[in-house]
Design a protein around this ligand. Sequence first.
Ligand SMILES: [Mg+2]
Length: 228
Amino acid sequence: MRLALFDIDGTLLREGIAPKLAFARALRETYDTTGPISGFRFAGMTDPQCVAEIMRMAGVPEDVIRERRDACLDRYVEHLTLEMRNHDGAKIFPGVKELLARLRGREDVLVGLLTGNVERGAWLKLGRFKLGDYFQFGAFGNEHEDRGELAKIAVEKAREILGRPVKGDEVTVIGDTPRDVACARAIGARAVIVATGLVAREELQAAEPDVILDSFEDVEGTLQAICP
Ligand SMILES: [Mg+2]
C-alpha cells in the first residue's frame, strides 16, 4: 500500500492573484493592516503561518495575532470565493488530471491532501478544476500551523481509513517547495518535488528530495517516482 499526499499550490495548480488579494482584505479587516504582504513569499507555508508571519512583521502583538487568527482565516475564505470569480489567472498544470485519475484507479494507493490551505480554501481551489473527487481525505492548514505536524495528522487519518498503522516508508509527499521535503522527512516519507512552483531549481536541489520532476507531463515517469 502506498499513501500519496499532495500539496496544492504550485504542485497541482496555480491560483494567480486571487488568494493574495483575499488575504490582504482579510488582514486589513481583522488587524487593520496588510503588513508587508506584497513582497511576502507564501510558498510552502500554511495559511495560519502566513497570517502570523505577516502580522509579526507588521508589529502586531503575538496575543492579538493568536486571538484573531481564526476569524481572519474565515474572512479570507469569504474573500477568496469572490476574488476567484473576479480573476482568471488560475491554471492547472499539465498531466495533473491524468496522474490523479491513474492513482485513484489503483487499489494499492490511497490519495490524500497535505496542504497548508485551510480546508474550505483547499476545496474551493480544487473545485475550480473539478479535482476534489480524486482525494479520499486530507490534512489542512486549519488543523495545525506546522506542516510537519500536518503530515503526522495525514498519516493518522490514513491509519483510521485503512484500519492499521502506516509506516513512513509507505508514504510519498508530493510538493513544490523545500518545506514539502521537510514535512516528508518529519514522518520518514519519500519526497517527490515538482518544479512547477515559484522556487528555483537550485533551492529545490539543496533540500535533497528523493526525486525532482520538471512537471507531471510524463505521467508514467511520475507514477514511478511516487510509487517506486
Ligand atoms: Mg505548494
